[in-house]
Design a protein around this ligand. Structure first.
Ligand SMILES: Cc1ncc(COP(=O)(O)O)c(C=O)c1O
Length: 432
């Protein structure tokens, strides 16, 4: 059993200078149980108390190769020795841009950014500028970063969302201007009929439909067959920009992300996370016709948009992905883990709905089917949490939040999968 005393001590110190004692609300798990990290290597992580875990959070997805991955870190160290920031364009970022265009089927031009939030914010501006319209349609439970435009109906209790026929957009924070509520339409994910109806009523006023390919911030709920294709078809019909938010799926579920996986070409796509194996880098890109308006009356930029650690991290990460069976290995181990966990729940007669992909999946307990956040919200999150706590006590760390997928990286070993399955087989028996 792990000892969390040191974590609690660090939490007390942290709370004196950081709100909640953390630098992102998502990192606060509660009093005395919030982990504070010391170091990580490969698939393993050590907290400040010296407790070791098999990490399935992977920093919420960025770590695709493994923590402290030598090939990536060595490239970053080599590059930063020649300066980190110039407010000028260098060839390394061109190499990265060319690799992204090469790997992601619908991306003809790209601009770099530093975080997923920035990428979606820029993509939304470009879509508004391109269409001359202002309304954004997003799906309940999807998260597109902390910018105010789409931080609506992400985590609210689903009773607050109103009727499925005319959902109420719910801001996810105080401080978001109320007027922005006039610029957003929200809908349940996978609602074919509702989406068609909304497009019929408002299609000619909508600038962009933005969606994650799967609900990577809500139980990894998969798109039902034909749903992404319907978005593609209807956005084309009404002259709306389709923004596919691949911040979690990009360079993870396939080399070319969901565009390759689903053979789908959105108008714009956003990337971050796995692009840089943890270094701060992001990108948005898409059709030349749309991206070309940037710089011609449309603003985009940022002091750190070609920061060397981020760009060098992306360069080295994409090189490894191009040259080694990263996705294949993750898929093989992830499939074994998913199937093993499914068997464990089945053997104990616990209903569990698995969603997602081998490298990014999770499960909702106590329900028979989950196609949108409203379904997911009636799953047994408390039981999920108690299992996760017991697993952590035994050295396996999924996220504390049941919405967050389990992420695998290239460094997860067969032995990690064996140990994880052993631990879950035990905790499912002991935690009732
Ligand atoms: C789909 C999606 N879009 C955007 C973001 C925001 O990215 P960042 O945290 O890098 O700002 C996230 C973060 O989790 C995400 O999952």
């Amino acid at each position: 059993m792990k000892n969390f005393e040191k974590n609690a001590e660090v939490q007390k110190r942290a709370q004196k200078v950081l709100p909640l004692g953390v630098n992102s609300n998502f990192r606060y798990w509660g009093e005395g149980i919030t982990p504070y990290v010391k170091k990580a290597k490969g698939s393993h992580l050590w907290d400040v108390g010296g407790n070791e875990f098999i990490d399935y959070r992977m920093a919420f997805g960025p770590i695709i190769l493994g923590h402290a991955y030598d090939e990536v870190d060595n490239k970053v160290i080599e590059e930063v020795r020649n300066g980190v920031l110039f407010a000028m364009t260098g060839e390394l970022e061109l190499d990265v841009a060319e690799m992204i265009v090469d790997m992601c089927p619908g991306v003809e031009m790209v601009r770099m950014a530093c975080s997923g939030t920035e990428a979606t914010m820029h993509a939304i501006r470009v879509a508004r500028a391109y269409t001359g319209r202002e309304i954004i349609l997003k799906f309940e439970g999807n998260y597109h970063g902390f910018q105010d435009y789409t931080l609506w109906s992400t985590y609210a209790p689903s009773e607050a969302y109103g009727s499925r026929r005319s959902p109420i957009p719910v801001p996810a924070s105080s401080g978001i201007p109320r007027v922005l509520g006039e610029k957003i339409i929200t809908l349940p994910f996978n609602d074919f009929e509702g989406f068609e109806r909304m497009m019929k009523s408002f299609g000619d006023q909508i600038a962009a439909v933005i969606s994650e390919p799967c609900q990577g911030n809500c139980g990894a709920i998969l798109p039902q067959p034909g749903f992404l294709e319907l978005i593609r078809q209807k956005t084309q019909e009404y002259g709306v920009v389709f923004i596919l938010d691949e911040v979690k799926t990009g360079f993870r579920i396939a080399k070319g992300g969901a565009q390759e996986y689903y053979n789908l070409k959105p108008d714009l796509a956003t990337y971050a996370k796995a692009l840089g194996n943890g270094y701060p880098v992001a990108a948005f890109g898409g059709k030349k016709e749309i991206m070309s308006i940037i710089g011609h009356g449309v603003s985009q930029g940022g002091t750190y948009t070609n920061n060397k650690p981020g760009i060098a991290g992306a360069y080295a990460t994409l090189k490894v992905m191009q040259n080694e069976p990263v996705i294949e290995t993750i898929n093989q181990r992830g499939t074994r883990l998913m199937n093993g966990l499914k068997d464990i729940f089945e053997d104990s007669s616990i209903p569990a709905v698995f969603n997602g992909y081998p490298g990014m999946f999770t499960f909702a307990l106590g329900v028979e089917s989950v196609t949108c956040q409203r379904d997911w919200s009636v799953s047994d999150r408390d039981y999920y949490l108690r299992l996760a706590e017991a697993a952590m006590d035994r050295g396996v760390m999924p996220d504390y939040d049941a919405r967050e997928p389990w992420f695998l990286c290239y460094s997860h070993t067969e032995a990690d999968i064996d140990k994880t399955l052993e631990v879950y087989a035990e905790v499912v028996k002991t935690v009732k």
